[in-house]
Design a protein around this ligand. Sequence first.
Ligand SMILES: Cc1cc2nc3c(=O)[nH]c(=O)nc-3n(C[C@H](O)[C@H](O)[C@H](O)COP(=O)(O)OP(=O)(O)OC[C@H]3O[C@@H](n4cnc5c(N)ncnc54)[C@H](O)[C@@H]3O)c2cc1C
Length: 477
Amino acid sequence: MNYDITIIGAGVTGSLIARELSRYNLKVCLVEKESDVAMGTSKANSAIVHAGYDAKPGSLKAKLNVRGNELMGDVTEKLHVPFKRIGSFVLAFNEEDMKQLNKLYQYGIENNVPNMKILNKQEVKEMEPNLSDEVMGALYAPTAGIVCPYELTLAAAENAVDNGVELILECEVTGVTKKDDSFVLNTSKGELVTKYIINAAGVHSDVVSAMFGDDSIEINPRKGEYLLLDKKQGDVVNTVIFQPPTKMGKGILVTPTVDGNILLGPTAEDIKDKEDIATTNTGLDKVIQGAKKSVASINTRDVITSFAGLRATSSLHDFIIEKSNKVEGLINVAGIESPGLSAAPAVSKYVLNIVKTLDIELIEKVNYIEERRPVYKIREMNEEERAKLISEKPLYGNIICRCETVTEGEIVDCIHRSAGATNLDGVKRRTRAGMGRCQGGFCAPRVVDIISRELNIPKDQVTKMGGKSNMLVGNTK
Ligand SMILES: Cc1cc2nc3c(=O)[nH]c(=O)nc-3n(C[C@H](O)[C@H](O)[C@H](O)COP(=O)(O)OP(=O)(O)OC[C@H]3O[C@@H](n4cnc5c(N)ncnc54)[C@H](O)[C@@H]3O)c2cc1C
């Protein structure tokens, strides 16, 4: 196993970097400690493509957010990932908040965010009638949008693999030694030799950097908890609704998701444990109180699930994307907290420019596959399209997940794609089977059957999320 470049971490950052590098005749490897891509922060966030008025003018965050927002339409189109430019509001409830909106507006102007407006109460309520009567005005940014963060990550990794990148899952980098001008990585999958390293390890990027000998980075996890509402609340708002930011983050939001649910959250709590993604009563109460301040009519009886994600907060309060000053051959892509999802397409191009300065020859591939093979989604097709598909591929006529209308054809397809699903949650993230009101109560056993059949493994070896998370322990009779 000998590579030109190894990327550590298959979140949205690492996967889009891998896709960008896969345009060239390089031997690139993407290693991920978990059983699937998008298992870190990239699977649990607000899914907003920010317009770019939050970050301090002149910061890397500001530049890459606005550029990432511009690039997102093209990237998601090529990768066939849902993205909707629905616009965002930051609400003001008093004069102090109005001052903050003006500051954000000024930041936005300096950051080159297009078409922002400060609206009065009447204008805001005309666009979003369900907002609280306490709202005094809002900053409107029409270029903000929503995207599916894990689908973007999965699609980028799939496209990278189709273009020759080697993806190694359940491969934790645990140590390193230098041999001549290469690194020898110790991983849970054995030794791996590489000339250059791109450290995109999210909340662990300080640990990874220190492992190589650069301890200049400090990343602290900041937890954000969420509640997800059933689709029947789906039209309570049409745009992303923020409250004025605090020093801990962008406050509690109420937002539609690309799949038609409503998302509430996140909280912001500094914690120590980089793996702690448990939700708490206190946190979820804060989410409910915060969300009701913006939209009083939110009905928490329609909550279908809760989750939490960890922001990779750096002590520098900006993205750290640079060649290490201490270790030759190491490129750190660290401190990628919000707006890291929005910025990711621009981050990947920024990293490519760094790679162009390395002692490595970049020759564009003639057979580069720019576009990902489209995914059939029965729930989004009309009757005629469905009938045609089912006549050609009968498995698309067999509904497995009734809540989200996911067919056997979709599940089989997602298992056999590059970087395909190998477990129940992998199928869930790729197809939405199990994401609906019943949260997999009906379809989980049928999905286990399909995974077992398609991967040719016994049912009791099918896991929920890799490792030891087996679903079944044996036969009862
Ligand atoms: C609560 C919350 C809300 C957010 N909301 C938004 C938003 O609305 N819009 C926005 O733009 N951004 C948002 N963000 C930020 C965004 O989610 C992140 O910036 C982005 O997902 C970071 O992606 P990443 O690939 O850098 O990190 P990750 O997705 O965490 O990926 C890093 C990967 O590295 C792997 N890894 C770590 N150590 C090792 C090792 N030793 N060996 C192998 N693999 C390793 C991990 O398992 C992980 O999969 C939010 C973040 C949070 C937490």
